[in-house]
Each structure stands twice: as C-alpha cells, then as structure tokens.
Design a protein around this ligand. Structure first.
Ligand SMILES: *Cc1c(COP(=O)(O)O)cnc(C)c1O
Length: 233
C-alpha cells in the first residue's frame, strides 16, 4: 500500500468516526471542524490532504507556519495551536484563522498591540487547564471568568470560545470529565453575556480522545497522528 492510500484511508476513517460520534450524541457531523495538525508534516503531504478535503491546518510553531505558508500551493486556513511566545506575535497577521492557545495576559496584550498596529482583530480561544497538570499551559478554571473579563476590553482580540488539551491516557473515558467541564464553563460564561466574548467554539479532542470530546460538545478536533502517522522528531 502506498502513502497516498494510507492518507486517503486515514482521512476517511477519522471522518467516519467524527460522523458516528456526532450522530451518537444527537449532533450534526458538519458542525465539527476537522483540523489537521501538521507540525513536522511536509508540504506535499499537506497539499494532498487539502485535495482530500482537509483545508484547515494547525501548527504549533510560528517559524514552521511561516515557512510552509510561503511555499504551499493551496489557499489553506491556518490555526496556531501550541504555546505562543510573545516575541513571535509580530509575525502574525490576518492570514491566521484562529489562535487556540491564549493562555496568559501578557500574550493577550501582545496580540492586542499587534492587532492595533496592523488594524486587525485576532480571533482567539482561551486555553483552559482542567486537569491541573503543571506541564500543560492554560488558565485555571477558577480564574477563567476574570481573565475573560479582561479580554473583553481588548478591541483587537475577539474571543470565540475555549480550548483544552487533556492528559494522555490509554482509556479516553478517563478524560471525559475534562471535556464536560469545558462545556460547562462555556455555558456559564455565555450566560453572563459579556461584551465581545462568544463561546461558540470548543477546541477539544486529539487523535486519542476526539470521539469522547465530540460526544461532550467539541466543535473543533485537532488531529495529527491519526491522519499523518506518528511524528518523528
Ligand atoms: C500535536 C498536537 C495535537 C495533535 O496530537 P495528535 O495526538 O497527534 O492528534 C493537538 N493539539 C495540540 C495542541 C498539539 O500540540
């Protein structure tokens, strides 16, 4: 079997799983965005994936994103999903569809300044750390409300929802509570009707746990290895 067939099969398989998880929980499959996580994936493979219907790509390094966006021959939608250093914000512009990983006020301030400078409003998600693992970035759920209130005053940032990374586990049922918690936090904030804050997008679920995340309300699943194979660094 050649590489093209592997990619075709992997995409079909993931799409089928998304569909089943959506229907199982009474949701519409088309309400869930399949974001291809392409860190370390080469541009030719990305172009093939694009032609097979994956048009949104997530990168965790600004440098890699800049390099790829220069050479790729497709009109992709780009997402930044990993920890974003404030000194990289100067490279971001209107070509970024969504920043998933707003996890601290310094980063919000840097994005706000950059947005003012280039006259752009950055769509962002607030990353929340539910599990409390120190290795994971993200706002503590108890601090989320006050963080969001600060963001609501920043005109060049538009909060669209929340993002989380669940701890790795062999049994994704063990992290279901994390996705439930994110959904509940979004509902609670939505209820307050804070100006400039919307909670329509929930970026949760990766290769190991996206079916569970969809059952709990995910609207964007970030899938790397299940599409492109294990990463070799
Ligand atoms: C790498 C990465 C993913 C994709 O992980 P897989 O397990 O390969 O699907 C998703 N989200 C973030 C933030 C990542 O860094």
């Amino acid at each position: 079997m050649n590489m093209d067939n592997n990619l075709v099969n992997a995409i079909n398989n993931v799409k089928q799983n998304i569909r089943e998880a959506a229907l199982k929980s009474g949701r519409r499959p088309e309400d869930i965005l399949l974001l291809g996580v392409t860190k370390t994936v080469d541009v030719e493979t990305m172009e093939k994936a694009y032609d097979l219907g994956i048009t949104h790509f997530g990168e965790n390094r600004v440098q890699e994103y800049l390099k790829k966006t220069d050479i790729i021959k497709r009109e992709c939608h780009w997402h930044i999903i990993g920890r974003l250093q404030t000194n990289k914000v100067k490279y971001l512009d209107q070509r970024i569809t969504l920043i998933h990983s707003l996890d601290r006020i310094e980063l919000a301030e840097a994005l706000q300044m950059r947005g003012q400078k280039i006259n752009h409003v950055f769509p962002v998600l607030v990353q929340v750390n539910v599990s409390g693992e120190d290795t994971k970035a993200g706002i503590d759920p108890d601090d989320l409300r006050s963080f969001v209130l600060k963001l609501s005053k920043m005109d060049n940032i538009k909060v669209k929802g929340l993002m989380t990374i669940a701890p790795y586990t062999e049994d994704p049922e063990k992290v279901r509570y994390i996705f439930k918690k994110i959904k509940q936090l979004a509902i609670d904030i939505e209820r307050e009707k804070v100006e400039n804050i919307s909670m329509t997008e929930l970026s949760m679920g990766m290769s190991g746990d996206y079916k569970i995340a969809i059952e709990e309300g995910s609207t964007i699943v970030r899938i790397g290895s299940a599409l492109f194979g294990e990463r070799v660094y």
